[in-house]
Design a protein around this ligand. Sequence first.
Ligand code: HEM
Length: 343
Amino acid sequence: MNSSISVLLILLLGLHLISAASAHPGEADDVLKIHTLSETSPFQDCLSFSYYHQKCPDAEAIINRKLKEWFQKDYTLAASLIRLHFHDCSVRGCDGSVLLDHEGSERRAEVSKTLRGFEVIDDIKAEIEKKCPRTMSCADILTAAARDATVFVGGPYWAVEYGRKDGLVSLAKEAESVPIGHEEITSMIEFFQSKGLNVVDLAILSGAHTIGRASCGSIQQRIFNYSGTAGKADPSIDPKYLNFLKRKCRWASELVDLDATTPKTFDAVYYTNLPKKMGLLSSDAKLYSDPRTAPLVNALAYQPSLFLYQFGVSMAKLGNVQVLTGPHEGEIRTKCNFVNSHK
Ligand code: HEM
């Protein structure tokens, strides 16, 4: 049998299993649908691919040029920007709220303390403001930056739709809902569903952990104090990998690669690590131990091109989460860290 067909069958089987396991009858059809790029935007009337074609024709070129300068100095910023976009879209939708820097803002929340890349977005914004004042939102800049960052590390390209406005509100308390790696699959599925994303998006977007690093603080419990027992480690970690992690993670601030095998390349190896018990975060490992997501992990591990294509599809969906587009919604910030003063 042709390998593409067999993998498609695996995927369909996976979807069937998930359907059987779904705790929400009636929602299954919607939850399980795999979307194609042309179907991904529930806000097609509002966002558009050509939004800046007249207003700021060089916007994408400026963003791309600036990013290349930054990545040449520090390639690890690429992963950080992809994550920053996820955190932005996870709270109040993709509205740049994660960028606001004031007391009690999302950015100041405990869960945001390892977010990076803010200075890159500020730098791009300053350049864009010079060319096209008060035109391009910080939310749009961050969305485009996440796409370009993906391409920079070898991932897929997808066309970004534009027209998001920047939000006026950012609350640290709301950022606490963003998953931090200890969650059960059910709560991650529910979190994604609350954003209009399904279990396939969860499996695919978790594949962003094919690059980037976590601070050891995120896994210390898993390797040193599992289930609250001092000295115990999660038995679902490969013993050699566990040894490596124990040596590497003496300090919570140390950094460790999310993909132990090919940490600098955007590939599907993240998924082949999981059956080998080499998922770094407990939430990564659970994708393989839960019957709702394990078939998807298998399918993605066997068909890397499926991952690469679907990653762009799911990222486009992520970028459309709860966007502000109405004439009286949000604003175009002039600086990404602060709302405009409304005197
Ligand atoms: C499914 C739920 C998710 C959980 C539980 C999760 C959790 C985490 C955690 C704990 C870290 C390490 C933070 C630290 O210790 O510094 C991390 C890093 C990262 N996450 Fe996720 N994440 C999730 C989904 C996503 C999604 C949807 C994306 C993007 C599409 C993403 C992209 C990244 C990237 C690229 C990094 C590395 C950042 C860097 O190197 O600076 N994650 N994630």
